[in-house]
Design a binder for this molecule. Sequence first.
Ligand code: AMP
Ligand code: GLY
Length: 427
Amino acid sequence: MRVLLVGSGGREHALAWKLRQSPTVSELFIAPGNGGTAGLGHNVPIADSDVEGLCAFAREKGVALTVAGPELPLTLGLTDAMDALGIPCFGPDKYAAGLEGSKAFAKEVMRQAGVPTADFRVFDDPDAARAYLDQVGAPVVVKADGLAAGKGVVVAKTVAEAKTAVSDMMEKKMYGPAGERVIVEEALCGEEASFLAFCDGGTCVPMTACQDHKAAYDGDKGPNTGGMGAYCPAPILPESDYGRMADMVFAPILRVLAARGHPFRGVLYAGLMMTEKGPLVLEYNVRFGDPECQPLLARLRGDLAEIMLACATGTLDAAMVGWSRQSAVCVVMAAAGYPGSYQKGMEITGIDLAEADPDVTVFQAGTRREARRIVTSGGRVLGVTALGEDLGAAQKRAYAAVSKIAFDNAFFRTDIGDKGLRREAGK
Ligand code: AMP
Ligand code: GLY
């Protein structure tokens, strides 16, 4: 079958890499793709937000499965539009994608489903939000309701800081319409974990737990990024807890959405905070995490195209999904300055050398092919991913691979996986 994959990041290179391994995939199109996906299929110059263009292309090419990498096309109704054409699409419809597209909607669904989450209030009026902040005090979290490219969350240490966030979001409209409504939420303490599941509307099959590293620098210092590295399985959520956790954070959400006539099909991603009082859901995403996708797919045993088609058509079976017993670590190599401004167009060398190790795959994120060269074109440039018999071995192999790759002003965290290693050591 012909498959259309939408997106252009490291996650999409990993998705393309895994889809290409499926014997049922005859042709793969990636819209718009990147330097990495160019080697696995045909990059087509259609933006991930161009729902009409994607649909026209899918129809023209006789695409049998569309896969949405990022959330944006889903919140714009890609699945609804593909459904109307009779083309199965991996990813929830526009209504269910609201779990990520609107934090107020996510909270409302969580409340009905009985999913444990931080206490919160929703505000459309900045004065009311400020009065509430005076009442609850700090620390406190202020979140823009809508999609703000991962930037609409302020964990405020003081009430003044929280009020500034309210004013930035609601009055200065720093995130445009996404910040017209805000959520004020109780600040939680703990370690975070990413727990994802394949869902077909009724059935959910959890993946192994991951841990992302959102801060730019070692020791979780510096500004928040899209993610500087991830590994799995993450010992913070042991395998023996997956079933119980899935019953708590996935199954009730699927039930609520199915009852509302919008069965959730695709990847449901629960961002968990492991607090002293137990795990609470910080947020839902309606897609694979980036970079969580890279180590997850490195370990996935199963036919991804078959799994995705089954999710899209309501025929998922747990037997389709298996995992290698190895650990996987993905270290993101970024361009200096990221997540702020950074240079583009630097030549990347050493990817072949790094991939000479059969347990290493270099997923490309912000790259572009230029004649015979690969050059940087984004902030997060590469996701160097390695397998190993345990977390320590995978980490060592990933960093050995990183050391073989070079581009001007490259930077990366040197502690991806350390939290898991400390936990395993009982420290
Ligand atoms: P979100 O987009 O909701 O996941 O928020 C982004 C990041 O902000 C999370 O990964 C956490 O690190 C942090 N965060 C969000 N909500 C809270 C909270 N209630 N308490 C503490 N930190 C939070
Ligand atoms: N890595 C976090 C995310 O994709 O949302």
